[in-house]
Design a protein around this ligand. Sequence first.
Ligand code: PLP
Length: 370
Amino acid sequence: MYNTNYFLMTPGPTMVQDNVLQARTQYMGNPDIDSNFFKFYEDTCNKLATILNSKNSSNIIMCGEAMLGLESACSSLTEIGDNVLVIENGVFGKGFSDLVTLYGGNVTLYSSDWKKPINSAELDLFLSKSDLSFKYATFVHCDTPSGILNDVKEITKILKKYNILSVVDSVAAMGGVSLDIDNWEVDICLGGTQKAFSAPTGLSIITVSQKAWSTIQNRKKPIIGFYTNLSLWKNCVKEKLFPYSLPSQDILGLSVALDNILEIGLDNIFTKHNNAQAYTLEYLKKIGLKLYLEEGFSPTVTAFLTPKECTSIEIIEHLKTKYGVLIASSYGPLKDIVLRIGHMGENIQKENLLYTLESLKNTLIDLKKD
Ligand SMILES: *Cc1c(COP(=O)(O)O)cnc(C)c1O
């Protein structure tokens, strides 16, 4: 068996409430044929629209982990030779350039300091000097490998000024940080289930604005790809036809996870995330650990430097084996440099967080003795 009997304090997947796990054990029915399923799917999308304030957009739940959403946005918008601006200050931000290139887009990379949020005034200046006309721009709300939080409202505002569609990866922020898709006029926003929503991995969440739909519909050439074709999802509830069979258990679980959030109330949820972050930052500093970022700490995840005396793997393994807590290493250039605690979704429960931080402190003491 695969033993997962530990606290899952990683920045996704996160811990999942029992009622979510139970919902997933329900008999699956036939989502292609049963008309009640379409109503249930729509209701679940409407819960998302409440959480994201995205009632003016289409709210789509696709079957496939969040990377499917990122790839679908690039596949559906990009035509060969389109100019695309990839705004990056982290691993996921930069990673968008591979997806855009895969579908024939011409990437202009706008790179900014990884330890600070994107500065929208500097972006504005860059765009005012650029001769290229960009079809869309990508950026990340919370770039999880470093835990940086970018200001979606301000960046989207600048992109609008230059008539550039916005594609925002909010996988690691959505549900833990406030989003206002309608008022900020975000064109495509992407999420997953396994981060702040605290449901198991397996679904992509996508909002698509009317403007993004018209861009997709006005393509000269068809979308390359079937699984990544967003237009197949535009009218699927109305037409009672999904592009393929949906995993009803995943959506049953998500629906209960969203109820859990709505029951606590969005303002409370965001405050709790802020508190969890403040508590984590303070505790890490108190035990002598150094934070990776200079500013722009996300309320959902904190990255700290691996202390010189030991490796990231040693800390992760000791913490897991002796104390039953799993935290995360990182990716790309941050791989061996930082460790991360995910304080999002269910992970923000004070007692879990306190136990995690105390166990981390004890792990560092244990490893020093060895
Ligand atoms: C988790 C995450 C994704 C999805 O990728 P995984 O394969 O689940 O890691 C995409 N973007 C961001 C910012 C994420 O945190």
